[in-house]
Design a protein around this ligand. Structure first.
Ligand SMILES: NC(=O)c1ccc[n+]([C@@H]2O[C@H](COP(=O)([O-])OP(=O)(O)OC[C@H]3O[C@@H](n4cnc5c(N)ncnc54)[C@H](OP(=O)(O)O)[C@@H]3O)[C@@H](O)[C@H]2O)c1
Length: 199
């Protein structure tokens, strides 16, 4: 049997995929846009070969990446491939929403000229994107967070910081209860920023 020889381009990694993650866009693309194939995007695996211009990675490294995009990340031996594959797209979307679209200063950007601050609301805070949004907001020191979750409220409770005024509200109590409790949590402050992370 002939062996398939694949070489990475100068700035590419060839990765043996150990785990791949599915995202809502994968089924939305076929159901809503009529796509007939699914490229898959989020994956984690072991570097097989590196291109001639690649300096940061070497064969044998464990990495996670958004397939065919830049910025693969090295993962620690403690992180499973399944855990790592669940990170790239969801974390990127949460980050873009908070730090680009809503204009909050990113924790890693010391030259940031954005200055949005104050309370913000994250709807669907226990989902893949929402949970990254909460954790990034905590890292960036953005508070108070009003996090809306349901079945996984306990998880969200474990990643917020109640000492900064962060609160979890349960959407299953109904819209009126959520609005009432959100106003209560705001304590008279105006809510300028909200991120809807639901389906
Ligand atoms: N995942 C990605 O990589 C990605 C990338 C780009 C865009 N998106 C978009 O981001 C959105 C969320 O995707 P996801 O992957 O984060 O979804 P997910 O993991 O399935 O999370 C969905 C969230 O929605 C909450 N929820 C369910 N029913 C609700 C309701 N009636 N009212 C309020 N919240 C409700 C759930 O809360 P409980 O479980 O606590 O009840 C859960 O936290 C989708 O529109 C998706 O297309 C996702």
């Amino acid at each position: 049997m002939k062996e398939l020889m694949i070489s990475p381009g100068p700035d590419e990694l060839l990765v043996c995929v150990m785990a791949a993650a599915a995202n809502p866009k994968d089924w939305k693309a076929s159901e809503q846009l009529g796509f007939t194939s699914n490229p898959g995007d989020d994956m984690a695996g072991i570097v097989e070969a590196v291109g001639s211009d690649v300096l940061e990675f070497k064969p044998g490294d464990h990495v996670a990446a958004l397939h065919r995009a830049s910025h693969p990340m090295e993962i620690s031996e403690k992180t499973t491939f399944e855990e790592a594959a669940a990170v790239p797209l969801a974390a990127m979307i949460a980050s873009l929403a908070l730090f680009r679209h809503l204009g909050f200063p990113a924790p890693w950007d010391v030259t940031s000229e954005t200055s949005a601050s104050g309370p913000h609301l994250i709807y669907g805070a226990s989902g893949a994107v929402g949970a990254y949004a909460v954790q990034l907001a905590v890292k960036a020191g953005l508070y108070p967070i009003i996090a809306i979750a349901g079945r996984s409220s306990n998880y969200v409770q474990s990643i917020i910081d109640p000492s900064k005024g962060d609160k979890v509200l349960d959407y299953r109590e109904g819209l009126h209860a959520v609005v009432f409790k959100a106003k209560e949590a705001l304590g008279g402050k105006v809510l300028y920023h909200a991120f809807d992370c639901t389906l």
